[in-house]
Design a protein around this ligand. Structure first.
Ligand code: NAD
Length: 473
């Protein structure tokens, strides 16, 4: 989508998408952007940034953003269907993800006239004003597990402050995001403000290393995120935000509400078939309640096997993994896990066709077990036991990641004491990680750099400018 029109890529190259449910062809016509296409998108975004878009008032930006949100809601079922077909996300979950898009656009639509800057009264003969300028032409690259939401987390704050955007979704789930191009045009965004390109890591890399892009926000693996940061540094030192992987801990204490903990570690852990960066896949349960907890969690995981089905069926809760490659990767982890830990339930393929995996629990992984250390990104949870609060905190923080974390206890003081000590961008007490438009989301350590959502998410799309006035002249 370039200058509000769908155009074929100049490369002449296309990608095919196959249904993860039954491996049937979804489309063989996903355009692959090359350097010429990226160049055209950057030029369009630069012209729009300096042109008509720069003359839009805050109220006008709010109006088009609100209209866009309404249009997304109107077309939610079509967009959700695109995700269900391309990456196997169950239709109810995909619809919920589309709801995040309109909520985030509405939230940031309210910010267009609220970034008021600061002023410092004359002290030393100088009067100072700090103003926030839009950073310029921005780019975004997304993962596949909630594509529409990643588009919103990046594009909405950028356009709220007057930036323009080039977005590349994942090559595994590009269809839902492509619908946004038509809706952005209908909402009244001028040509060049929101540009969408398709392609794989090569196109992402062209964006990361481009000399005329001022900022890039990336959602994906640590491996590719590091490459993006490297390319940004080697090119024009564009600003970088990274939203990367996780291997989040959850701590369950004997005074926790058992039913609540079980719901969160079954239904909510298995949400999106465990393909969630925020999934607390390292569970630590106090030894006094471990036996009961594990037995009941096993029963719930087995019950969830009955919710496996076609992504387009509204009764389905557990869909397939995104594609054959991800399926092979998770299957490999399951095999490795059998020699690294005790298999409690699951551990294999579900059915004979489609990329379905049984919900799986491993108990007592070795300290250096790959299933315990590496992000699996599937319906696979590991459980260890602990004796003391200190031990639980140490185990929780013993990871290179730091995205999310959960604490289950009825003691508020214990929860807050532990929250302070966890190295994670998000701590959830007696609940699971949820995303809200008004609070910052992101990771400590190798889970990322910077934050999305909330005011912090907005501030990544502006540069601070200090204006100093000599009052004696
Ligand atoms: P990935 O890193 O393979 O791909 C993500 C995106 O980066 C894709 O659009 C891909 O085309 C692009 N890409 C690949 N190589 C690139 C390169 N060298 N330069 C620029 N772009 C490149 O990740 P994935 O498999 O799509 O997604 C799964 C990962 O994403 C998991 O690690 C998961 O935890 C993480 N994730 C993080 C968040 C978060 O908000 N923290 C959210 C969702 C997913």
């Amino acid at each position: 989508m370039l200058l509000n029109k769908y155009v074929d890529a100049k490369s002449g190259e296309t990608l095919s998408l196959y249904s993860p449910h039954d491996e049937s062809l979804v489309t063989d016509n996903i355009q692959v952007a090359d350097q010429t296409d990226v160049e055209a998108a950057v030029v369009a975004a630069r012209i729009a940034f300096k042109g008509e878009w720069s003359r839009f008032t805050a109220a006008q930006r709010t109006k088009v953003m609100m209209k866009f949100a309404d249009l997304v809601d109107e077309h939610a079922s079509e967009i959700a269907e695109c995700e269900a077909k391309a990456m196997g996300q169950p239709i109810n979950i995909a619809t919920m993800v589309v709801g995040i898009v309109s909520a985030v656009f509405r939230y940031y639509a309210g910010w267009t006239d609220k970034l008021n800057g600061e002023q410092y009264p004359e002290q030393d003969g100088m009067y100072k004003i700090v103003q926030y300028d839009p950073i310029g032409v921005c780019a975004g690259i997304g993962a596949w597990n909630a594509s529409p939401a990643f588009f919103a987390f990046k594009v909405a704050p950028a356009v709220a402050v007057g930036c323009t955007f080039i977005y590349k979704g994942s090559e595994k789930s590009p269809l839902g995001v492509l619908q946004f191009g038509e809706l952005a045009k209908e909402a009244g965004f001028p040509p060049g403000v929101i540009n969408i390109i398709t392609g794989d890591g090569r196109a992402g890399s062209m964006l990361a290393s481009h000399m005329d892009i001022n900022k890039i926000s990336f959602t994906g693996s640590v491996f590719a995120g590091k490459k993006v940061q490297e390319q940004a540094a080697k090119s024009n030192l564009k600003r970088v935000v990274l939203e990367l992987g996780g291997k989040s801990p959850s701590l369950i204490f004997p005074d926790a509400d058992m039913e609540n903990a079980l719901v969160h570690h079954s239904q909510n852990f298995l949400f999106n078939t465990g393909q969630a960066c925020i999934a607390a896949s390292r569970t630590f349960v106090h030894e006094d309640i471990a036996e009961k907890f594990i037995e009941q969690l096993k029963a719930r995981f087995q019950q969830f096997t009955h919710t496996i089905g076609s992504p387009l069926d509204p009764k389905t809760f557990l869909g397939p993994l995104v594609d054959g490659k991800q399926f092979e990767r998770v299957m490999q982890f399951l095999e490795i896990g059998k020699s690294e830990a005790e298999l409690v339930t699951g551990g294999g393929r579900h059915g004979k066709s489609g990329w379905y995996i049984e919900p799986t629990i491993f108990l007592n992984p070795k300290d250096d077990a790959r299933i315990y250390r590496e992000e699996i990104f599937g319906p696979v949870i590991t459980i260890r036991t602990f004796k003391t609060e200190e031990e639980a905190i140490e185990l929780a923080n013993d990871t290179s990641y730091g995205l999310s974390s959960c604490i289950f206890t009825s003691s508020a003081s214990r929860a807050l004491r532990i929250a302070r000590q966890l190295d994670a961008g998000n701590v959830n007490i007696n609940t699971w990680q949820t995303l809200s438009p008004n609070t910052p989301f992101g990771g400590y350590k190798q889970s990322g750099l910077g934050r999305e959502c909330g005011k912090q998410g907005l501030m990544h799309y502006v540069e601070a400018k200090t204006i100093t006035i000599n009052m004696s002249v």
